[in-house]
Design a protein around this ligand. Structure first.
Ligand code: BES
Ligand code: MN
Ligand code: ZN
Length: 498
């Protein structure tokens, strides 16, 4: 998909389709007014018929409208003008996209001034439209014997603005939006792949490919390397599987080697059966998405490299399956983590924190500015925040604020939960330094408390994406989140540093 920015008004443009907004009830936006005027009231006549009232989720495609150079005019309902906020904007854009995709139109043009959202700039709108357009064209059919054949003809979207001084900023925003959307597509592909294909070895191969195409440095630590490093916690999770565990490290250098990096650590459980603490059968297939944190790290590095951001980023991905077997870790087993702290594994299904803790200790060697881990860590997070919001926990208020605001900016939101010391007591063990579970209450927080014991030496934030990384049901599939949040955070960091 191609995107462009142009200065202009509707009467002088041409193309396969122009999209104009109509408010409830039948109020024309500026570009609709201009088109109505040059077409001698064509649009108002249509509205008078009552086929288009400007309601949300509605659109009307017009053909052969006289006196325009467009083959089609798409009227899209914007709802009530006072209620036109971020969500309505995105709904209108998606309504327009799906109407366009039902035609053979290869290009479309729209006027950003039609969609005035309080507090949001044209740059913001441009980025959101690009992400929506690429996301709506996403298909995952690589495992079907024949492709789905429902790809639309839409190839190009041109966004018009009136103010020449906004041109450069909007163009930059387009590029960033494209990079974010491409990063999301990569993360979605990895998440959606079947777990017999997307194994730890497969993820390592993907990391190597990414390194080759985007000039990143990659190293893959094997189990024998992890043993030397004393990663007894990570290796305990890998004991039950036939697949070799990997620790993937990717380094992106957009600045000199001396600049401290931002480290992203992604949970890469390519399938979570629960291990000996076996999960119930229902919906267990969805535990192929338990590597979504890892996928988001790869997707974000992809985006950062595509934008050429002046910043240093390291991605660390501990990856293994979590399987039961005669060799698997048992409830009650005590292991020693790389940090030296011992862990009583009371539940083998709380495996995410066990692989993350050693990766978080490993992160120390990069002298990180900040470390952010991303993990489908707890079912409790889905209960607390549902499927719209990522859980955020941090030992640093500034970092927490920056992540919340990046998510707000790009429509990939998180909400902070507390990490107060009171919760730490829930992890007490009679037999080791700590247990790997804290009981049913505050499960998302106690999981983060566990991680916090391994992140004392740097500024750290934890994103629990259990509710946001994929959708269940009819639309089952990876969402590519939180690639937008992470990439926006890094864009802002790079800007602040320059
Ligand atoms: N990967 C799961 C968390 C999960 C479950 C994410 C369902 C999304 C949907 C994680 O490894 C896990 O099993 N967590 C346990 C922890 C518990 C044993 C303390 C959970 O949430 O039940
Ligand atoms: Mn689990
Ligand atoms: Zn898991």
């Amino acid at each position: 998909m191609e995107f462009g920015i142009k200065i202009g008004t509707p009467e002088k443009q041409r193309g396969a389709c122009v999209v104009v907004g109509i408010f409830e009830s039948k109020k024309l936006t500026d570009s609709a007014k201009v088109l109505d005027k040059v077409t001698q009231g064509y649009i108002k006549n249509i509205l008078a018929l009552g086929d288009m009232e400007g309601k949300m989720n509605t659109s009307l495609m017009l053909h052969n409208v006289p006196n325009t150079l467009f083959k089609r005019v798409l009227l899209v309902g914007l709802g009530k003008e006072q209620e036109f906020k971020e969500k309505a904007f995105l709904t209108a854009i998606n309504t327009a996209l799906s109407a366009l995709q039902k035609t053979t139109a290869t290009d479309a043009m729209l006027f950003l001034s039609d969609f005035s959202v309080n507090g949001r700039t044209n740059e913001w709108k441009a980025m959101q439209i690009v992400i929506a357009a690429i996301s709506s064209g996403y298909r995952f059919d690589q495992l079907k014997s024949k492709p789905d054949n429902d790809q639309s003809s839409l190839r190009k979207i041109v966004l018009c603005i009136d103010d020449r001084t906004e041109l450069t900023a909007c163009e930059e925003s387009l590029q960033q939006g494209m990079a974010i959307a491409h990063g999301m597509s990569l993360a979605k592909d990895l998440g959606n792949l079947a777990p017999n294909i997307c194994t730890p070895t497969y993820l390592a191969k993907q990391a190597k490919d990414l390194a080759k195409t985007h000039k990143l440095k990659v190293s893959i630590l094997e189990e024998k390397d992890m043993e030397k490093l004393g990663m007894g916690s990570l290796l305990a999770v890998a004991k039950g599987t036939e697949q070799p565990a990997k620790l993937i490290v990717l380094e992106y250098h957009g600045l000199g080697k001396k600049e401290n990096p931002i480290v992203l650590v992604g949970k890469g459980i390519t399938f979570d059966t629960g291990g000996i603490s076996l999960k119930p059968a229902a919906d267990m297939d969805e535990m192929k998405f338990d590597m979504s944190g890892a996928a988001s790290v790869l997707g974000t590095l992809h985006a950062v490299a595509e934008i050429n951001l002046p910043i240093n980023v390291v991605g660390i991905i501990p990856t293994t399956e979590n399987m039961p077997s005669g060799k698997a870790t048992k409830p009650g087993d005590v292991v020693t983590s790389m940090s030296g702290q011992t862990i009583e594994i009371l539940n083998t299904d709380a495996e995410g924190r066990l692989i993350l803790c050693d990766a978080l200790t490993y992160a120390e060697r990069y002298n990180p500015k900040v470390v952010i881990d991303i993990a489908t860590l707890t079912g409790a997070c889905v209960i607390a925040l549902g499927n719209f919001t990522t859980g955020l926990m941090s030992n640093d208020d500034k970092l927490a604020e920056e992540l919340l605001s990046a998510g707000e900016q790009v429509g990939d939101r998180a909400w902070r939960l507390p990490l107060w010391d009171e919760y730490q007591d829930l992890l007490k063990s009679n037999f080791a330094d700590m247990a790997n579970i804290g009981g049913r209450a505050a499960g998302t927080i106690t999981a983060a408390c566990f991680l916090s014991r391994f992140t004392k030496n740097y500024h750290w934030a934890h994103l629990d994406i259990a509710g946001t990384a994929w959708k269940s049901g009819k639309e089952k599939g990876s969402t590519g989140r939180p690639v937008p949040l992470l990439t926006q955070f890094l864009i802002t960091q790079a800007k602040a540093a320059s």
